[in-house]
Design a protein around this ligand. Structure first.
Ligand code: ZN
Length: 527
């Protein structure tokens, strides 16, 4: 630690007495192992009623005369350009004597500071945080939610450097929830090995509530949140434990040291991370069975993402370029199969029954079959174009020529699962494909898979060509539901909705099924 850095530490008073409740490690490095960071950020919240917070970056050891500080344009997990730089105001850079340094704006998300060679300097800026959304910063008098991509300016050349974060608040807030490592014996100070890890760990601060944690295979799982609401919290955590258990059992191991569900308050949507997930959450109403079931389904989806997309991932989704769209054809795998698995997991956890499981699948089938976009857009096109069309396609805006990769992806998950089971007499299933991808690409090759590699992996599990099934991925060919459902002794029945003329497809049980059909049905649905 240099002298200047020492004096910085000594001069910073920690106003807050927040308890650090979350300290998850993502890799084998601990805070003590990390080299001294060159980048130290301090977030200060002076008057939360303004919805503005202050960020100061102390920067040392830079050997050039200028540096480009950049704000990310999007956050992984939410595949839309957000232009987070728009939230930055009052930017200034000061040398070690407090004198203003020249700042230029070469483009909309870059601040270029000059005259800094071999100098320790500070950058200060304000962030406006007034939009409640899981992919946006939000601050009010009750809590703060920091999206790291929208908060911390980064330097491309230092993206792999360790970073240190400090949060100072004046409010009597008592807890912080994040997946970041906390610094030993430092209240509200965190460190990460690099910016990718920092950007994977949003921070929630406020008077938070932590529900009783549970352990699976000795690994702690926590649920911490703001304004959780009134519901049976013991029952909720017991069900969540079963959900996580079923997710883990697919892969046979837990790849993190701790996992935190972070409830950011009422709203819509959740975003997945390696050792945590941030979820919009309102527990009021969870005493109704249907609400609890759909909440568990939603949490199963976000949890399953820690495997599917954070670890098993498309080739293009890592390392990320935070300045532009990271396009991939494979969001149907990351999102659609996660949707299929959210149903499977809550079914296997005993939270929903067969009828409810089928009803979820019928929901996706009917959404797809009533979407004229299916004649125009394939699954890969839907994935690739999500940056333009939005995550659920572009319904209702002119001629609907887009689809949702959630709906068709989940349906394709069912078709692949049934095809693999049918080709192997129920010896193998989609679970084997997910395990193969996890072991081969995440653990051994430590990279994402390509479109062709995904199909090859599926075919190697099935032991046959699946080129016909992958036409549902690459083309707009109409899905032959009866063919695939019949593998499990099921079929499809269609009626027209008298009121609005929409198609209504229902999954039905066939009569006089064979022993193989019964075996596949049992494999998929249980007894
Ligand atoms: Zn998702």
């Amino acid at each position: 630690m240099s002298k200047l850095q020492n004096s910085f530490f000594q001069s910073c008073l920690i106003i807050s007495s927040l308890l650090i409740l979350s300290a998850c490690t993502l890799n084998n490095k601990t805070a003590a192992d990390l080299p001294l960071p060159d980048l130290q950020y301090t977030i200060s919240i002076k008057d939360p009623s303004t919805h503005c917070f202050h960020v100061e970056l102390n920067f040392s050891g830079w050997m050039r005369d200028t540096v480009d500080l950049k704000m990310a344009k999007w956050m992984p997990g939410y595949y839309q350009i957000m232009d987070y730089a728009k939230g930055v105001t009052s930017f200034s850079a000061l040398d070690n004597k407090g004198k203003n340094l020249p700042v230029a704006r070469p483009d909309s998300n870059t601040w270029r500071v000059s005259g800094i060679i071999n100098m320790t300097f500070r950058v200060r800026y304000e962030i406006k945080a007034d939009r409640r959304f899981v992919a946006n910063n939000y601050l009010d008098t009750t809590h703060a939610y920091f999206v790291p991509e929208a908060t911390f300016l980064y330097v491309k050349e230092l993206i792999n450097k360790p970073v240190q974060i400090r949060i100072k608040v004046n409010s009597p807030w008592d807890k912080t929830a994040t997946g970041l490592d906390s610094l030993p014996e430092k209240a509200n100070e965190f460190t990460t090995s690099d910016f990718d890890m920092l950007f994977d760990c949003p921070i929630l601060a406020g008077n938070l509530e932590e529900l009783p944690p549970f352990e699976i295979d000795g690994i702690k799982h926590r649920f911490i949140g703001y304004n959780l609401g009134s519901f049976n919290k013991i029952e909720f955590m017991a069900k969540l434990k079963e959900v996580v258990k079923e997710g883990v059992s697919i892969f046979g191991e837990i790849p993190y040291k701790q996992f935190t569900f972070i409830g950011i308050g009422p709203g819509y949507g959740g975003i997945e991370h390696l050792n945590n997930t941030t979820v919009s959450f309102n527990g009021n109403g969870l005493d109704k069975k249907e609400s609890m079931n759909s909440m568990m389904s939603y949490l199963a989806h976000e949890y399953f993402h820690n495997f599917n997309v954070k670890r098993i991932r498309p080739f293009e989704l890592g390392p990320f370029d935070y300045e532009k769209e990271n396009r991939t054809n494979l969001l149907w795998v990351s999102e659609g199969l996660s949707m299929y698995y959210e149903y499977l997991i809550v079914k296997r956890a005993g939270i929903i029954n067969n009828k409810e499981f089928l009803s979820e699948l019928e929901g996706n089938i009917n959404a797809l079959e009533n979407d004229s976009g299916r004649y125009y857009q394939s699954l890969v096109q839907s994935s690739y174009n999500t940056w333009i069309d939005g995550p659920f396609g572009n319904p209702g805006k002119g001629a609907d020529k887009s689809i949702s990769y959630y709906d068709k992806g989940a349906v394709t998950g069912l078709i692949l699962d049934l095809s693999i089971r049918n080709a192997t007499e129920n010896d193998k299933s989609l679970d084997d494909l997910m395990r193969l991808l996890y072991n081969r690409y995440y653990k051994i090759l430590q990279r994402g898979f390509t479109d062709a590699e995904f199909q090859q992996a599926a075919e190697s599990v099935a032991g046959i060509s699946l080129s016909r099934e992958f036409e549902y991925v690459y083309t707009t060919r109409e899905i032959d539901y009866n063919n695939y459902l019949s593998f499990a002794g099921l079929g499809i029945a269609e009626t027209k909705d008298g009121l609005n003329g929409k198609r209504r497809l229902s999954i039905i049980k066939l009569e006089n099924t064979s022993s193989i059909q019964d075996k596949i049905f049992k494999g998929l649905f249980g007894d």
